[in-house]
Design a protein around this ligand. Structure first.
Ligand SMILES: [Zn+2]
Length: 252
């Protein structure tokens, strides 16, 4: 049976001289693995070798959990081409793809998440080169990451203590706040001793995390600190540091 869908390529592996195995995040089907036979031949049904983060219409057959699907068509709209001059932007997009792949299950559809990832890629692609470019990319990455966690049912608790429910009050800076993987969210000063695994948040980071509307307007320094918290959290969720994490923080 032929299935038509929209998809983004989130992983590629060379299978032979001429073929690739790709992981696609498809809008209606969810994450699937498929073989693209002959994709590396000069003339193929895929407009050339399948590129990471390419997105567009796909047709595949034999989709089921037990074996690889066969990709028969992919009208690729490459996302990376325009990013080649901007390594940081490219790393952030690849980080998004890595997290998407790690946190979703095969054949578990998330159409909203698909849309938000396409929007994220397009927004990063569409950024003008300005002094604030890096800050803007980080803000987009953080909002995408938080949306991803919400979509897969792992939304962290960010506006009150995950343990005792004390509300975080921006004006009351006498409260210190921490972020804990184990608590899946913020924890307050009174509770932090019960959580061995935590990072301390500066007042500005806690304020931005508790009011996400502030993120697009936050300073690059604050966003870098938030991204560190996100990477700490993803490391806990995955049980290992995400592969792309070192590229995001090394260059900040
Ligand atoms: Zn508490």
């Amino acid at each position: 049976m032929l299935t038509k869908d929209l998809a983004i390529c989130i992983r590629t592996v060379d299978y032979s001289e001429t073929s690739q195995i790709v992981t696609l995040f498809a809008r209606d089907a969810g994450k699937i693995s498929a073989i693209a036979k002959g994709s590396k031949r000069p003339k193929s049904a895929f407009d050339g070798p399948i590129e990471l983060l390419a997105h567009g219409k796909v047709v595949f057959t034999d989709a089921n959990k037990e074996k690889l699907a066969t990709l028969t068509e992919f009208q690729q709209q490459p996302a990376l081409l325009s990013l080649h001059g901007n390594l940081f932007a490219m790393y952030c997009c690849l980080f998004g793809a890595e997290l998407l792949s790690a946190l979703t299950d095969d054949y578990d559809p998330h159409p909203e998440l698909f849309d938000s990832f396409v929007e994220f890629l397009q927004s990063v692609n569409g950024l003008q080169t300005t002094n604030n470019e890096r800050r803007d990319i980080l803000a987009l990455l953080i909002l995408f990451q938080l949306g991803l966690l919400r979509e897969v049912g792992l939304q962290p608790i960010l506006n009150y203590c995950a343990n005792c429910k004390t509300k975080y009050d921006v004006r009351n800076t006498k409260y210190e706040f921490y972020f804990s993987n184990f608590a899946n969210g913020l924890i307050c000063r009174d509770c932090e001793a019960s959580f061995a695994d935590k990072v301390r948040l500066s007042a500005t980071v806690a304020a931005a995390l508790t009011s996400l509307k502030q993120i697009p307007n936050s300073q690059e320094k604050t966003l870098t600190q938030i991204e560190k918290v996100m990477i700490y959290h993803f490391t806990g969720l995955l049980g290992r540091p995400p592969k792309m994490a070192k590229h995001i923080l090394v260059s900040t």
